[in-house]
Design a protein around this ligand. Sequence first.
Ligand SMILES: Cc1ncc(COP(=O)(O)O)c(C=O)c1O
Length: 397
Amino acid sequence: MTDFTRTKSLFTIPDGLIYLDGNSLGPLPVGAAERVGRMLQEEWGKHLIKGWNVAGWMTQPRRIGDRIARLIGAADGTVVVGDTLSIKVYQALASALELNPSRRVILSDSGNFPSDLYIASGLLQSLDRGYELKVVDPEDVDAAIDETIAVLMLTEVDYRTGRLHDMRALTRKAHIAGVLTVWDLAHSAGAIPVDLEYAKADFAVGCTYKYLNAGPGAPAFIYVAPEHADTARPALSGWMGHQAPFAFDLDYRAGAGIERMRVGTPPIIAMAALDAALDVWDGVSMADVRDESIALSDLFIRDVEQNCPELILASPRDGTQRGSQVSFRHPEGYAIMQALIARNVIGDFRAPDMMRFGFTPLYIGEAEVRAAVDVIADVLAHRRWDNAEYRKKALVT
Ligand SMILES: Cc1ncc(COP(=O)(O)O)c(C=O)c1O
């Protein structure tokens, strides 16, 4: 059994704060602050350029990739860390398209994160080979998979509603139709059990700043199934993905396997935070995380619906069909969320009317859920959100 009291003690969360936004940015792990300090002083400060060799900076993208692989059902040597998620989406999609050269349609859904769709559109424009991006409603994806599709590109958990796609079933259907798959695990990794090998996903990408708690702007990861790893062209052919970066050849030769998905110099300070954040997962069972996340989310839904009838549930009611977040709709959702934040209950808002609350058992328990509902009920019952201050839109919502 996972000891969630222990995991909670591994995070720095300000007293009195109920943090229900780990689906957007995880809180600071105690060990990350210490590790980054040590990295700066001991590694960068003392080793300087020697750090690339003596502190193992050069091999971190693969070593840390292996640690993430264990959390997403992937084998060692199939995941590498670096760049941002948007960049990894570009690489995965471009590589997948090249592996299916006779087809011209990319299938995605309207529940995908806009950046993934923007990246796809931009890539298709650059390729200028008559590609089409077909975007259907999430419930229509299954029926839209056919022999015209080159790549199915989906985010497993919908960032707005938390609705979960069946990765294994959709991948199987895609493969039968000769379609390759690219899965975005931004809201899955560290939130729900993921088994890429079992699902037979071709490519997967994800970020580490949400449920993996590695900090704002932390590096992303990419997975390539072993059968594609030595044939996929990485699209962004940077020197760190070259077979021999320090040979300084004028011609690009892709590195072996997943190494080729590296692009440029890895962000070593951010890698230190990520490495320490992953320590939190030692001794944690993802099945326990899932059970507890569903229990907390169900409790939240039940209590909110009992106490705040004006909020409309936007997430699937069945916990097995959700990721690790719950969303409620209200036309004044933005102002309500600002009023909650002012009262130390932190969630976030996604236009046009969605309030999101993330449930992360590593540091959230029943007491926090109940206390949060009390605050939400009070804010609604007394219209405490009805204040011009709370309607002022910030840059980040
Ligand atoms: C599902 C999904 N995909 C892609 C992105 C974009 O990631 P990044 O800004 O790290 O490139 C996000 C950001 O939140 C996301 O939630």
